[in-house]
Design a protein around this ligand. Structure first.
Ligand code: G3I
Length: 382
């Protein structure tokens, strides 16, 4: 059974208060106050700490910047459930690399200290991306651009050496179109496909122990995954230092199929690589392509409609369960991170359109959702 999430804490508290009154002698039948309201349904019990529950399978991560994990809703959730953290934004070039050779470490260092103090490893995200990268990276000759990329990666990886367990060295390098394996980014235009290998080698030179990843979205779609594996094959043929693939997994209640996820994880492992799920969230909406390309035809906000919301949260719980059932079958999968902590803060509130969304395992109050119970209790029926 799923309870509308904002009501859960209130019900839990009211459920606790009645026995306490009774134990203090306040519940005698002669003096009982009339109770016109029907008894509330039992509260959804809290779930086990996810990091302990999945400890034999993989680490449990959550993405946030300090302002995301310090708020009163998210903080208890990440402390209880996560043993890995990814900075949602403050490790990106736009945050760290204010100008050539000048770095803004403060917020990222704060996150690293928080992780160390609370038993979390840090996934570094990200060193080379077509987005959130200042223009100064791309000026001058190809040789200058290459040197700037190498210097940036050397400086950042060195700064976090021993404090970051793995890096999403290159983010979203795969094309969304069938014509080419490689995204037509400025990096590709200036340096050609070798930029990925250049970035990986620069990271390896700075830290021989840190794990190096390519991270991408829609790896659960067979055609895009095949393009990614074309890139991987070239890197491996060249002996580039690649340790693993990050599967972002920004998915929905309707897709992907378990079989496609299973195939992607299996194929990566067959190449001798580690799998990480790096940005998992399950949107309540199943929008047509036009919503992403032109913001037309997007599904209407359902968060104000209790009936529609309840149905979507049930479908979401089943999708999370199906995904985790696949995840648990793969020894090569070492880390599963959700892109956010609780539904009070999610990038999907503004993407692909501005609208309420509840894509995570914990609700807007930080309480466990049906989805969290579905992945930890096989007998539970959402
Ligand atoms: O910090 C500024 C703030 O000062 C300013 O007032 C505000 C006005 O818009 O912008 C704030 O920065 C925003 C930042 O998030 C922090 O909230 C940026 O505009 C906004 O573009 C940025 O969005 C991030 C996005 O990456 C950038 O492309 C999202 O938070 C973040 O969740 C998202 O994460 C990406 C992964 O890195 C890669 N995979 C996809 C995923 C979702 O898009």
């Amino acid at each position: 059974m799923h309870l509308a999430s904002p009501d859960r804490r209130r019900l839990l508290l009211s459920g606790l208060a009645l026995p306490m009154l009774s134990a203090c002698g306040g519940g005698g039948s002669a003096n009982a106050a009339p109770s016109p309201a029907p008894a509330p349904p039992p509260a959804l019990a809290d779930v086990p700490a996810l990091k302990a529950h999945f400890a034999t399978h993989f680490k449990i991560g959550m993405a946030a910047d300090p302002n995301g994990y310090k708020n009163a809703i998210a903080n208890p959730v990440i402390l209880r459930h996560a043993n890995s953290i990814t900075a949602e934004n403050c490790f990106k070039p736009a945050s760290l690399g204010t100008s050539p050779g000048v770095y803004n470490w403060a917020t990222a260092d704060e996150l690293v200290a928080f992780a160390a103090a609370n038993g979390m490893v840090v996934r570094g995200h990200t060193l080379c991306w077509h987005s959130q990268t200042p223009d100064w990276f791309f000026t001058g000759t190809a040789a200058e651009v290459r040197a700037r990329l190498e210097t940036y990666i050397r400086d950042v990886v060195t700064h976090f050496k021993g404090k970051v367990a793995c890096w999403d060295v290159v983010n979203e390098c795969t094309s969304d179109d069938a014509g080419s394996a490689y995204r037509n980014s400025k990096w590709l235009q200036i340096l050609g496909p070798d930029y990925i290998e250049i970035a990986l080698r620069a990271a390896r030179a700075a830290d021989p122990d840190v794990k190096l990843f390519i991270n991408d979205y829609s790896t659960e779609e067979p055609a895009k995954f095949a393009r990614l594996m074309t890139i991987v094959a070239r890197l491996q043929a060249n002996g580039a230092p690649l340790d693993g693939i990050g599967h972002q997994m920004h998915v929905s209640t309707a897709s992907p199929t378990a079989a496609n996820v299973d195939n992607a994880l299996r194929s990566v492992a067959s190449k001798g690589l580690i799998n990480h799920v790096t940005e998992l969230d399950v949107s309540l909406y199943n929008d047509p392509g036009s919503c992403f390309s032109s913001k037309t035809g997007c599904a209407a906000d359902i968060t104000g409609d209790p009936t529609l919301l309840a149905a979507a949260l049930k479908a979401q719980a089943l999708q999370y369960r199906a995904l985790f059932n696949v995840f648990k079958q793969h020894a090569s999968l070492q880390s599963v991170t959700t892109w956010g902590i609780a539904d009070n803060s999610t990038w999907l509130s503004g993407f692909p359109t501005t609208r309420g969304n509840r894509p995570l395992l914990f609700d807007v109050t930080g309480a466990a959702k049906s989805a969290a119970r579905a992945i930890t209790d096989d007998a539970y029926v959402p």
